[in-house]
Write a protein of this length. Structure first.
Length: 396
């Protein structure tokens, strides 16, 4: 039975919030905040504290999932139709659990609507906004919330800093999607004082952020900024109290080793770590070993040690997908309302083990395995192709 999607907010023409509203208690910002954010400041005196905007855990309740229709044959070549089929199937499966909004170029919107259909339990809505590619995790907004408030952080997408390199691909329209999407849904925009992508940011929702040095403290995104300066910008903008840095690896993939293919929170104090499967290049095994050492001795924002759960990757000789850029990582899963979506690669043992581990980590959710080989051939996964808009927490 079809469940209607919640109505959208009216589009907003309010001004830009710049350089980290999250650093300041909401009450101090006064009229500069959207009406929803101002509502959160009504009772701070009574509670003895003021709220601040903070990036929530992905496992918190969502209003919707955003996705994007891959637009250009200049990027995907002869695989474009197959990649679109993967996106349509993924959107349909997510719509069993929550509403899906798909960004598509105006001239391609009809094809996207036809391919995705009306959705399963919830609607799939196609919004006509020009884009270049499907990686909306990186070029879409990253959301921050407080009691009674939500805002979207525009992280100044610059094509992963790959201008002038062999990894370069067109990104000018992708770079404008965050602002356009926030305006469409009436969510105020916070422009970050750093350049990065949503796939570079992983949080427990309680003030701890995981990130790789290689993808953020990098002159191709943030020239002239030290690691301390980047960290302060992340804390300010995303409402974080602590950043746990993993080294990562620059120059070996288009993202410079995003955190969402390496380490993910499943709950406060619990981290999934991607363990490279047989056939993985040695450079990625070194990345994993460095990350494991850091995580095993790290503490979160509350000062508590982390429990590290390793998620073994598949044997690359046994999977369906091939090629240097093929992303064979189960860690690039996506947590939606009531479900966890994870790739299935064709190595029966590894696919089954990933299912078992993720079901144990998310006992209250369905684990849904999807064949996304065409998406993975471009170096990304389900998490890279999705972005969640969190539900607004109740006002204090």
């Amino acid at each position: 039975m079809h469940t209607p999607t919640p109505p959208r907010s009216a589009p907003s023409r309010r001004g830009l919030l710049r350089f980290g509203a999250a650093a300041v208690p909401l009450i101090a910002l006064g009229a500069a905040l959207p009406a929803t954010a101002r509502a959160a400041t009504a009772t701070p005196a009574a509670t003895g504290a003021t709220a601040r905007l903070r990036m929530p855990a992905e496992s918190d309740r969502h209003d919707r999932t955003f996705m994007a229709w891959p637009a250009l044959s200049s990027i995907w070549g002869s695989r474009l139709r197959a990649v679109r089929d993967d996106i349509a199937r993924t959107a349909y499966e997510i719509s069993r659990y929550e509403p899906v909004v798909l960004v598509a170029r105006p001239g391609q919107a009809a094809d996207a609507r036809y391919s995705c259909g009306p959705g399963a339990s919830y609607a799939i809505t196609v919004v006509e906004i020009a884009n270049d590619d499907l990686w909306i995790r990186d070029f879409g907004p990253t959301f921050v919330v407080a009691p009674g408030a939500v805002a979207g952080v525009d992280t100044n997408f610059n094509g992963w800093g790959k201008s002038g390199t062999p990894y370069y691909q067109r990104y000018t329209e992708d770079a404008a999607v965050a602002a356009a999407l926030l305006a469409e849904y009436g969510v105020d925009r916070v422009r970050a004082p750093f350049t990065g992508e949503g796939g570079a940011l992983e949080t427990d929702g309680r003030g701890t952020l995981l990130a790789t040095v290689s993808s953020l403290v990098n002159p191709n995104r943030n020239p002239g900024m030290s690691q301390d300066q980047v960290e302060q910008a992340l804390r300010t903008t995303l409402g974080m109290d602590k950043v746990i840095w993993l080294a990562g690896l620059a120059g070996q993939d288009i993202t410079d080793d995003h955190i969402d293919c390496l380490a993910r929170f499943t709950a406060p104090g619990r981290v999934i770590l991607d363990q490279p499967g047989p056939g993985t290049d040695r450079v990625w095994i070194d990345v994993y070993e460095q990350a494991r050492q850091v995580l095993r001795t790290a503490t979160d924002a509350r000062g508590l040690p982390l429990t590290v759960v390793e998620l073994p990757g598949p044997d690359r000789a046994r999977i369906r997908g091939r090629g240097k850029d093929f992303l064979s990582s189960y860690t690039n899963f996506y947590v939606a309302n009531g479900a966890v979506f994870v790739p299935q690669f064709g190595d029966a043992y590894a696919d089954g083990l990933a299912y078992t581990i993720l079901q144990a980590e998310f006992p209250g959710r369905d684990v849904v395995q999807l064949n996304i080989d065409n998406i993975a051939s471009g170096g990304g996964g389900i998490h890279c192709a999705t972005q969640s808009q969190p539900a607004v927490p109740p006002a204090l």
